[in-house]
Design a binder for this molecule. Structure first.
Ligand code: FES
Ligand SMILES: [Fe+2]
Length: 363
């Protein structure tokens, strides 16, 4: 008799030492969402963001290339830029050292007075980055494999499901703070075993739970389902594109997900881990040119008031439970034939979570 696979030990979600190890390891060596290319529409536009405790910024160069740098001056470490903006060069606010948009040091007050000062040896530290359907992803590991190796076929499939992706811009990113470990939130997102009981609107108005399935595709978890009552949808789904009558989503390990709703409506989730028991989830909604769109706003409101609200209570209760002395990790419900009532995607996630800190953490 084989033993059932048990859920991850509670300490993985409650021990600050594990969170430290994840920040230094996992979160610094995986592809993380930084910003949207439309925030960098002109030469010299920049946007800053934080990944794994590091301040970074993306900037569009004179050559139209988007580059991502650590947000730190190479003189005496002042932060270079703040928020978003546009500038023809990057001037440090401390002593006005000035960098090209491509990162090379261009000038600095009185640097010529320094004997042996080799200007050409000074450059901002660049970070691996990739544009993925208009989304800028970064990886702090210079040796990281490209996103297409991590998430095979996802780029191709998404460009079929969202053929107008190049015209889309963010309409809003709704910020949802959750009092739980980021892994609790990501696991909850990655199974629909809880959907029928907890998400009546989603389960009866959007998807057909009995057809829901999630399967790994490299380090992507691909969600597919048939849709419920397409004729009763609250908005017009006839986009003129293929796949208009489908729902699909691509979760890119560890903290980003592209979802496509019927009518080829792109929306996203991204997570920012704050500490052991706090995470912020961002629900992103997009429209052509980022212009006001009633249909999208209405979907965003419905989603915020139903699925998102319902999930907050679930994940926060789980986090409290993980801190209970009375909890022993239970068996995951894994059905070999997959399907909505199987937690096999959680098994994959927990395997990846364990691998990420294996060998570094012994207790
Ligand atoms: S720290 Fe940036 S110019 Fe001195
Ligand atoms: Fe949920």
């Amino acid at each position: 008799m084989t033993e059932p696979i048990r859920s991850l030990d509670a300490r993985y979600y409650t021990d600050p030492e594990i969170f430290q190890l994840e920040s230094a390891g996992l979160l610094s060596s995986t592809w993380q969402f930084g910003c949207h290319a439309s925030q960098l529409s002109e030469k010299g536009s920049y946007a800053s963001f934080e990944i794994a405790g590091e301040s970074l910024f993306a900037v569009r160069g004179r050559d139209d290339q988007i580059r991502v740098f650590y947000n730190v001056c190479q003189h005496r470490a002042h932060q270079l830029v703040n928020g978003t903006g546009k500038s023809s060069v990057l001037v440090c606010p401390y002593h006005a050292w000035t960098y090209e948009l491509s990162g090379e040091l261009r000038s600095g007050p009185n640097i010529k007075a320094v004997e042996g000062f080799d200007k050409s040896s000074i450059c901002l530290t660049e970070v691996r980055s990739e544009e993925f359907l208009g989304f800028i992803f970064v990886n702090l590991d210079p040796e990281a494999a490209p996103m297409d190796d991590w998430f095979p076929n996802a780029r191709q499939e998404l460009s079929e499901w969202v053929p107008n992706w190049a015209e889309l811009e963010p309409l809003e990113w709704i910020e949802i703070p959750e009092n739980c470990n980021w892994k609790v939130s990501v696991e909850n997102y990655s199974e629909c075993y809880h959907c029928t009981l907890n998400h009546p609107t989603f389960a009866s108005g959007v998807v057909k739970p009995e057809t829901y399935d999630i399967q790994p595709q490299g380090k992507c978890l691909r969600h597919t389902t048939e849709c419920q009552n397409l004729e009763n949808m609250t908005y017009d789904i006839h986009s003129g594109f293929q796949h208009f009558d489908e729902y699909s989503s691509w979760f890119l390990w560890p903290m980003f997900s592209f979802q496509v709703y019927p009518g080829n409506v792109l929306n996203t989730y991204h997570w920012r881990a704050i500490d052991t028991d706090r995470v912020v989830v961002f629900r992103g909604w997009y429209s052509v040119g980022g212009v006001e769109d009633k249909k999208i706003r209405q979907l965003a409101v419905q989603d915020r008031e139903t699925t998102v609200e319902e999930d907050i209570h679930l994940v926060e209760s789980v986090q409290r439970g993980l801190n209970s002395k009375g909890y022993r990790p239970g068996p995951l419900v894994i059905d070999k034939s997959g399907g909505v009532n199987s937690e096999h995607p959680v098994m994959h996630l927990q395997r990846w979570m364990r691998q990420a800190i294996d060998g570094q953490y012994k207790r």
